[in-house]
Ligand binder design. Sequence first.
Ligand SMILES: NC(=O)c1ccc[n+]([C@@H]2O[C@H](COP(=O)([O-])OP(=O)(O)OC[C@H]3O[C@@H](n4cnc5c(N)ncnc54)[C@H](OP(=O)(O)O)[C@@H]3O)[C@@H](O)[C@H]2O)c1
Length: 430
Amino acid sequence: MTQPLKIAVAGLGTVGAGTLQLLDAQADILALRAGRPLQVSAVSARNRNLDRGVDIGRYAWYDDAVAMAREADADAVVELIGGSDGAARAVCEAAFAAGRHVVTANKALLAHHGTTLAEQAEAAGVGLAWEAAVAGGIPVIRCLREGLAGNRISRLHGILNGTCNYILTVMRDTGRDFADVLAEAQHLGYAEADPGFDIDGVDAAHKLALLSSVAFGSAVDFAGVYTEGIRQIAPMDIEYADELGYRIKLLGIAERNHDGIHQRVHPAMVPAGAPIAAVEDVFNGVVTEGDFVGATVLEGRGAGAGPTASAVAGDLVDIAAGRHAPAFGVPASALKPVPSLPMDRHVGPYYVRLMVIDKPGVFADIAATLRDAEISFESVLQRSRAPGDVVPVVLTTHETSEAAMQRALAAIEAIEAVREPPHMIRIERG
Ligand SMILES: NC(=O)c1ccc[n+]([C@@H]2O[C@H](COP(=O)([O-])OP(=O)(O)OC[C@H]3O[C@@H](n4cnc5c(N)ncnc54)[C@H](OP(=O)(O)O)[C@@H]3O)[C@@H](O)[C@H]2O)c1
């Protein structure tokens, strides 16, 4: 048999240990599919003595992952340390400098330095593969880069963070509030002790910036992603969404038009019958729209040892078989910056919930504010009357610009009878 592909693994946590397990368990089919064996030769982590559920005694150990990337007997380095800079970046750069391929699951690193790393890989004549960095086990990067290569992609949208999707699913199923469900998710290990990256939309924004780059052939522009999380979603909004025929999801949406690229991550109401609305629990889903193919829907597990290791292994098979496409689908020199359009250029329908004192004339004031901003209603809902008390009033609008909506919301908030800042959620076509 031909020479094995020798692999050095940096980082032996959830994904690293899962990758070693997969490479062991599937060695036979991997060798057949790659045309040669995949053989781990060296590993590195912080603590050599930790029990990781895998026997690492048979691999060369390195305390210093960068030294491993530089010196180990390896053709490819798998970076599974994490973080947007520091050791992870140094490992990748050392591997390129030594002429080794890199496979990584690190969306934070790529969102910040993806274009530069792609240039470095290309200059070194090696591959930079990162299927595992976006939507875990779903082969969405390969799908965009290869399967849909015959299309110009105009739009994609997806559920890119399993933690948020789990929280929103449980909130809808049980009627419980955000803080309560988040605490449970942390207890179950679905959310980190510091959940900010997930629930504030940053993790989804990292992934969206990477998907945009592959979809549109543009330089990675994480700073251009408008980002909002799910902390403000109340059970009442989920109920109203149901009543109006929608589901609330944290979506990442990227659209290309003549002026540039719109990249945004925020809670969105999608029609209950849309494919993305059916993606529940910890699952991820991505819908792409190509000019020749139309819509393509992908769904699967977005994280966890098995799904993420599955994506790492797929990348390693490609490298072993000599297939290494440019990291973002086109040569790094073609990854040009494209203007990211500001959020106030967004146009769409909106859902707005107001908490108002139930008294005559309030609604006329709200309606006048919207009229002044040239926003027209689609529907108005007020479930019950309670004169003198605070009651919810829900409006949905026809298409309007974000700039007009923000002006109207500021004016509505100033109305004396409006008792909380308005709760606004954008409505998407799904
Ligand atoms: N977890 C998932 O489901 C998932 C899904 C998709 C992508 N990812 C990405 O995959 C990467 C790894 O995530 P993870 O969940 O596996 O993280 P993790 O469980 O925290 O593991 C990180 C590993 O890196 C090691 N490490 C930290 N600093 C190091 C250094 N300076 N040198 C060498 N090793 C170092 C740690 O060593 P010790 O074990 O000795 O402390 C640990 O083994 C991240 O980029 C993450 O975003 C994760």
